[in-house]
Design a protein around this ligand. Structure first.
Ligand code: IMP
Ligand code: MG
Length: 178
């Protein structure tokens, strides 16, 4: 089994490039079959950049659009603690049918924050598509509409996912070798 080293940790291939491609084709088919009216795909950076690029090429809904966001968390100056803000939404998304594109959903904390913030923008509907899902780590009740693959609670890297910012360029998804 081919292994790689990132920051002195060893990783082995977990989901090959070919398998990723099959997963994405199947997710795209499911989304296409919904025929959502004028969907606005919103990809969550940085991790979902490759997933978003690959799935969009398989989306055949003619009037679809795509935009990119980042979740910025910072400590407020008051005693309110952590404040979250979506950065990157420049257009008015009120009334839109949003499909969130995520690389991985782990505890679901990030997804919950994103959905809260999108709801404040008065969108019409929100669906979520994630390439990877860790059911054993998930702590929220939000339904995830499209799951590429459910994986065990292992740390994974590659295909957009990073280990301390490196490894995003790898074409396969690797897991930490035990
Ligand atoms: P959550 O808020 O716990 O669901 O985690 C979401 C974010 O944590 C993802 O968007 C990733 O950036 C990161 N993350 C969670 N699990 C992994 C992993 O196995 N590898 C790399 N990043 C991960
Ligand atoms: Mg992410």
């Amino acid at each position: 089994m081919k292994t790689i080293t990132l920051h002195n940790k060893t990783f082995e291939v977990s989901i090959s490039e070919n398998e990723i491609s099959d997963i994405i084709n199947s997710m795209a088919n499911q989304i296409n079959n919904l025929s959502t009216e004028k969907p606005l795909f919103i990809a969550v950076l940085n991790g979902s950049f490759l997933f978003a690029a690959d799935i969009m090429r398989k989306i055949t809904i003619p009037d679809c659009e795509i935009s990119f966001i980042k979740l910025a968390s910072y400590s407020g100056t008051e005693s309110t603690g952590e404040v979250n803000k979506l950065i990157g939404i420049n257009e008015d998304i009120k009334g839109r049918n949003v499909i969130v594109l995520e690389d991985i959903i782990d505890t679901g904390i990030t997804l919950e924050k994103i959905i809260d913030l999108l709801q404040k923008e008065d969108v019409n509907s929100i669906k979520t598509a994630t390439l990877l899902f860790k059911p054993d780590a998930y702590k929220k009740n939000i339904d995830i509409d499209f799951i590429g693959k459910s994986i065990p609670n292992d740390f994974v890297v590659g295909y957009g996912l990073d280990y301390d910012e490196i490894g995003r360029n790898l074409p396969h998804i690797y897991k930490l070798k035990k």
